[in-house]
Design a protein around this ligand. Structure first.
Ligand code: HEC
Length: 118
C-alpha cells in the first residue's frame, strides 16, 4: 500500500506543470540559452534574431525569435514542447536531456525576445 502511494506521488510529479514567470526563471533561461550545454545561441544568436555564428550554414535557417512566426505556436507550453521534442526534419533537435525546469526557463527566455517585437 505504501509502495503504491509512492508510485502515485512519483507519477503526479512527472506531469508537466507550467511554472509562473519570474526574474529568477528568466535569468536561468538566459544562462541556459547562452551556455554550452544547450548551445542555443550558436544558432539563434545572443539577440535571438537567428544570427548565431553557425546560422549561415543551416537550412532552413534558425528561427528569428523577434520577427518570425512560430510553426509550433508561441504559447509558453508550445515553446516548451518544441524545445523538448524539436521540429522534424530540421536542425532544431529536441533537448529532452535538459532538466525540465531549464526547458521552462528557456521557453520564457525565448518569448522574452518576442516581447520586444516591433
Ligand atoms: C543547430 C542549430 C540550432 C540549435 C543549437 C538550436 N536551434 Fe532552435 N531552431 C533551429 C532551426 C533551424 C529552427 C527552425 C526550423 C524550422 O524552420 O522549422 C529552430 C527553431 C526554434 C524554435 C521555433 C519553433 C517554432 O515553432 O517555429 C524555437 C522556440 C527554438 N528553435 C528554440 C531553441 C532553443 C531554446 C535552443 C537551445 C536549447 C535551440 N533552439 C537550439 C536551429 C537550432
Amino acid at each position: 500500500m505504501i509502495a503504491c502511494l509512492a508510485g502515485v506521488a512519483i507519477a503526479a510529479r512527472a506531469v508537466a506543470r507550467t511554472p509562473s514567470p519570474s526574474p529568477e526563471l528568466l535569468a536561468k533561461g538566459k544562462a541556459a540559452y547562452e551556455g554550452s550545454a544547450a548551445g542555443c545561441a550558436a544558432c539563434h544568436g545572443l539577440t535571438g534574431e537567428g544570427n548565431g555564428p553557425v546560422a549561415f550554414a543551416i537550412k532552413p535557417p534558425p528561427r528569428n525569435f523577434v520577427r518570425d512566426e512560430f510553426k509550433g505556436g508561441d504559447k509558453v507550453e508550445q515553446v516548451f514542447t518544441t524545445i523538448s521534442l524539436g521540429l522534424p526534419n530540421t536542425k532544431m533537435v529536441g533537448y529532452p536531456q535538459l532538466p525540465e525546469p531549464d526547458r521552462w526557463a528557456l521557453a520564457y527566455y525565448v518569448l522574452a525576445f518576442r516581447a520586444g517585437r516591433k
